[in-house]
Design a protein around this ligand. Structure first.
Ligand code: ADP
Length: 192
């Protein structure tokens, strides 16, 4: 199984990524987590990543590709992956498609999780009180939602055109969201 999760902050990419990875026994590749780990490791690259993340801006594409490509290559060889938070703009989507061609694999589906902005903001502010992520502050949350709308949103028509988009209402309990994703996957495989 090879899936990607396309979702604004707070929609539950991480939760669904973990659940789907366990169900399909493939690796959950969370771009934000891998970049945060690299940021924690420090050095010039780590500091650059940390600065972008703290502002809620996207980390530069080449940095993202350098961090993620080896992980995707390894997971592809081991049966698949759930990509959570990558790709996040059109150049990254093109790079991901080129990598898939090079690896001789295709994506089963791109899952778009959507929820009203006030639901997303409330979830992120709740999370902020628990895990204190540097980017879970009201002004940075607002900026991350804008970045999603402007930069990541265009991937919705991109994957629709490729015939592999599944749109799911993320304003439901996690189990219901997973069930809707699975229903979408069976509809796609029936259609395909
Ligand atoms: P969320 O979607 O809730 O903001 P993530 O952990 O997915 O959380 O992402 C956090 C931050 O990590 C983003 O705001 C961005 O700075 C960086 N990031 C994650 N994935 C990417 C990506 N594919 N390209 C560029 N930056 C990324």
């Amino acid at each position: 199984m090879r899936l990607l999760l396309l979702a604004p902050p707070g929609a539950g990419k991480g939760t669904q990524g973990q659940r789907l990875a366990a169900t399909y026994r493939v690796r959950h590749i969370a771009a934000g987590d891998l970049l945060r780990a690299q940021a924690q490791a420090g050095g010039a690259l780590g500091d650059e990543i940390a600065a972008h993340q703290a502002r809620g801006d996207l980390v530069p594409d080449q940095v993202v590709l350098d961090v993620l490509t080896p992980v995707v290559v390894e997971a592809a060889a081991q049966g698949g992956y759930i990509l959570d938070g990558f790709p996040r703009n059109l150049p990254q989507a093109t790079a991901a498609a080129e990598l898939a061609v090079r690896l001789g694999v295709t994506l089963n589906a791109a899952v778009y999780l959507h929820a009203p902005e006030e639901v997303l903001t409330r979830r992120l502010l709740d999370r902020a009180s628990q895990d204190g992520r540097a980017d879970d502050k009201a002004d940075v949350i607002r900026h991350r939602l804008e970045v999603f709308a402007e930069t990541t949103g265009p991937l919705v028509p991109y994957y629709t055109q490729r015939g592999i988009l599944i749109t799911v209402d993320a304003d439901q309990p996690p189990e219901a969201v997973t069930a809707d994703i699975q229903a979408g996957l069976s509809r796609l495989s029936l259609a395909g």
